[in-house]
Design a protein around this ligand. Structure first.
Ligand code: SAH
Ligand code: SF4
Length: 369
């Protein structure tokens, strides 16, 4: 069966001018060499871009004024623009980013005591077609580039004045299926984790997948990689195939085997996200099957009450049922958290991320402290 996710997603159109934002060190060295400058200055550019998060050439005071003038005449420094921001009562802010082709994606800034978690998008839309997810209903428009992924981080940190050195967690739980855009995702990961740049430790970056087994296997082969979360969301093939079409290709058994083979580091666990849809996935029998699935590899469970959005046809679970499921899993000896979605009043909770803030997705996920 050929599915939308078997094909590579469309890519961004090439830009008219060279853009330094999102370039890696080798690219920056080439750029300077082309301008007749010593390539070692590339490291200064790299630090300015990713450590200091400078966004205008005049801020690059480590370079001569003459070089800054030449750069601003020939090379763009263009991150995605932050076009709309809405802060929720709980302090999380949902941002809409304008891309060079006028498309928009969304990210969420969630401050916690002493750290921050940023929820990032990986694609414009999504090919996976999950029936409960607003992004899934858009279809796939295109992949984000590495620059557009890193740009969401730079723009949000700058907007909120995040001080260098304070811990940052990143979760790819916004728009898109990150493992359907693995090349750009890993290029962004290299920039985000570089000790001379943003220096975010790999263990603080979590990629959430709907269960693209080919992508899980490719990700596991990288010597340095982000952590993995799986959106399980249902415990029988019948139910899962109905709400997540990817399950018709890789069913629960194929998934469990792929996760069992995933090369975890010592102490590392796979997060199982489980969206509770009233009357569909929130039964106590589901809880027991979820427990059995979770025991097959080192895992922790994150229960996510469904965030309603217009026309979805699903409803959130009753509070009492969330509590009962949580108890059942804890009694089964599993690590469980319930995601109290942050930013719900600005449509910033998971699966509500769509084309614009009016309709708008996303959550307060469990990550490393
Ligand atoms: N595509 C990836 C990552 C983005 S979705 C994935 O599916 O894992 C991030 C999380 O939001 C997933 O766990 C998904 O199941 C969940 N989600 C999607 N729509 C939701 C909704 N309306 N309410 C609650 N969670 C939702
Ligand atoms: Fe795509 Fe994730 Fe939404 Fe499914 S839940 S449609 S994979 S964004």
């Amino acid at each position: 069966m050929i599915s939308a996710w078997d094909r590579p997603a469309p890519e961004a159109s090439p830009l008219a001018r060279t853009n330094a934002a999102g370039m890696d060190l080798a690219g920056l060295r080439h750029l300077l060499a082309d301008l007749g400058e010593p390539p070692w200055r590339g490291a200064q550019l790299f630090e300015g871009l990713y450590r200091h998060r400078w966004t205008r050439w005049e801020q690059f005071t480590s370079l001569s004024k003459e070089l800054r003038t030449r750069l601003s005449g020939t090379v763009d420094l263009a991150w995605p623009g932050l076009v709309q921001s809405r802060t929720s009562e709980d302090g999380s802010t949902k941002h809409a980013f304008q891309l060079a082709d006028d498309r928009q994606v969304e990210g969420v800034f969630m401050p916690y005591e002493g750290r921050v978690t940023l929820c990032l998008s990986s694609q414009v839309g999504c090919a996976m077609g999950c029936t409960f997810c607003a992004t899934g209903q858009m279809g796939i428009l295109r992949n984000l580039t590495a620059a557009e992924i890193v740009g969401q981080v730079v723009a949000m940190l700058n907007h909120h004045g995040h001080p260098e050195g304070r811990p940052i967690n990143l979760v790819f739980m916004g728009m898109g299926e990150p493992l359907h855009n693995l090349d750009h995702l890993m290029a962004a990961f290299a920039l985000l984790t570089d000790p001379k740049g943003l220096a975010i430790p790999p263990r603080r970056i979590t990629v959430s997948t709907s269960g693209l087994v080919s992508g899980i296997e490719r990700l596991g082969a990288f010597p340095k990689r982000p952590r993995l979360a799986l959106s399980l969301n249902a415990t029988t093939d019948e139910h899962r195939s109905r709400i997540m079409p990817v399950n018709r290709v890789w069913n629960l058994e194929a998934l469990a085997q792929a996760l069992g083979r995933f090369p975890l580091q010592s102490g590392e666990r796979i997060t199982l996200e489980y969206v509770l849809l009233k009357g569909v996935t929130d039964g106590l029998e589901d809880g027991r099957r979820l427990a059995a699935f979770a025991r097959r590899f080192p895992s922790k469970i994150n229960l996510i009450p469904f965030n309603p959005h217009e026309g979805s046809g699903f409803e959130p679970p009753d509070e009492a049922r969330v509590g009962a499921l949580c108890r059942l899993l804890v009694e089964a000896g599993l690590t469980v958290s319930v995601r109290r979605s942050r930013g719900q009043d600005v449509a910033g909770a998971c699966g509500q991320l769509v084309r614009n803030l009016r309709l708008g997705p996303h959550p307060g996920p469990e990550v490393e402290d």
